[in-house]
Write a protein that binds this ligand. Structure first.
Ligand code: NAD
Length: 424
């Protein structure tokens, strides 16, 4: 069993740490956010992710601990980098968290007496590990180059299913096909039954961007087809059922709706587009994926306006704020541009989400947050459904409390009658 330090205890780092602890490794999660560290050490999860708090409670104080200090790096055999790689205002990748983490890791590695391994799980563009991460760490440490092994191991987990995805991945990508990397990787992942694909470092970095770009393409493609189907009175879901059963296509990520959100697709696509342009390519397909995604929220509001007219001074209910079900994450949630546009049009908003209201309050403190769907729906002139939470599938007579029963679904989750879908 290995001594592992995980730098960055967010969605990826905390799930990785809790799962490796469950597999018997000794884990220290290092995060600069003292509140997060305090919560983890108290057996609580700072994020909502199914099964995560249970794992933390089970292993904290034995296989798992958290700290704001980098001391554990001195005795770590493996150091995972899991800090965020958000986007800069001009859509490039922001490497400031990576650089700062690398300099702290480098300094603490000086005292590390064993041969160790730095594994990059954060999503970084091809070339970043070789041109930025490796030199940043090596200039801050007194350890020599051949004492530190650099491996890229991109993460593919889905929020809401992160533990299941970590324990049962479709594949494990390892960027570093030198023989020594196989020792660390076999030790780490021996209990996880998945094919391991070894590549060179930039290829592994590129696999992550290509996967995300392809998944986002499927969604925007389904939305484009869905928009056409809507005009033709054809159910886009029936179409995609027929299409997705073709094993060359696959049935996942073909659900038409208001588009993708989440912390990854938009920023990774944007960074890939810029990388392509820097290399004198014009990535028109990648750009159109973003354009379609940006268009869908406006379409939903246009449908609502078609039914109830000008939304100014009308009472609109939004059900769902998280970017997807089973998470409290609102990063790039489609609810954000929808709220922004409705507020700009002077609508009154009452919203409900089972998990994401605390996070959304930080962006929109002045809209009405309700404790349940009925409170949010009472006296409303219209309702928009924005997240496919299972509890929404049971709503039916609850909509009777609305002043005008106009229900427009951006996600196909409701089963009651009288609902108009964005693409169906
Ligand atoms: P996050 O923002 O939830 O977590 C990042 C954590 O790193 C935060 O807790 C932050 O406090 C901490 N941090 C920042 N700088 C630090 C430093 N110098 N030292 C120690 N801790 C530091 O991010 P995330 O969603 O976990 O994503 C992490 C990376 O994984 C990103 O590159 C992302 O693109 C990638 N990824 C994310 C997902 C996902 O579903 N969230 C899936 C696959 C890959």
């Amino acid at each position: 069993m290995m001594q592992i330090s995980i730098v960055g205890g967010g969605y990826v780092g905390l799930v990785t740490g809790a799962c490796f602890a469950h597999l018997g490794h000794y884990i220290t999660i290092i995060d600069i956010d003292a509140d997060k560290v305090h919560l983890i050490n108290n057996g609580q999860s700072p994020i909502y992710e199914i099964g995560l708090e249970q794992l933390i409670k089970q292993h904290i104080g034995s296989e798992l601990r958290a700290s704001t200090k980098f001391d554990s790096i001195a005795s770590a055999e493996v150091i995972f980098i899991c800090v965020g790689t958000p986007q800069t205002p001009n859509n490039n990748i922001d490497l400031s968290f990576i650089k700062s983490a690398c300099s702290s890791i480098g300094m603490s590695l000086t005292n590390n007496i064993s041969e160790c391994c730095v594994i990059i799980k954060s999503t970084v563009l091809p070339g970043t590990t070789e041109n930025i991460i490796r030199p940043e760490i090596l200039t801050s440490t007194k350890k020599s180059e051949n004492e530190i092994n650099f491996i890229v191991n991109p993460e593919f987990l889905r929020e809401g299913k992160a533990i299941e995805d970590f324990m049962h991945p479709d594949r494990i990508i390892i960027g570093n096909n030198e023989s020594y990397s196989k020792y660390f990787i076999n030790e780490l992942y021996e209990k996880i039954p998945a094919p391991i694909i070894y590549t060179d470092i930039p290829t592994a970095e590129m696999i992550k961007y290509t996967s995300n770009a392809f998944l986002a393409t499927k969604i925007s493609f389904a939305n484009e087809i869905g928009n056409i189907c809507k005009h033709l009175h054809i159910n886009a879901y029936d179409v995609m059922k027929g299409v997705g059963l073709d094993h060359r296509i696959g049935s996942q990520f073909l659900n038409a709706g208001i588009g993708f959100g989440g912390s990854c697709f938009y920023k990774d696509l944007s960074a890939l587009i810029l990388l392509a342009q820097k290399n004198n390519e014009n990535p028109i397909l990648l750009q159109s994926i973003i354009d379609i995604n940006t268009r869908q929220p406006h379409k939903l509001i246009a449908l609502l306006e078609n039914k109830i007219g000008d939304v100014s001074d009308k009472y609109i209910t939004l059900l769902g704020l998280a970017f997807k079900n089973d998470t409290d994450d609102i990063r790039e949630s489609r609810a954000i541009p929808i709220i922004r546009e409705l507020l700009q049009k002077k609508a009154h908003l009452a919203v409900y989400d089972p998990m994401a209201m605390t996070n959304m309050r930080q962006i929109f403190p002045d809209i009405k947050y309700c404790n349940n769907a009925i409170d949010a729906l009472t006296n409303a002139d219209g309702c928009l459904v924005l997240t496919e939470w299972t509890e929404f599938s049971k709503l039916d007579t609850e909509f009777d409390v609305m002043k005008h029963k106009v229900i427009i679904a951006g996600r196909k989750i409701l089963t009651c009658k009288g609902v108009e879908g964005i693409c169906w």
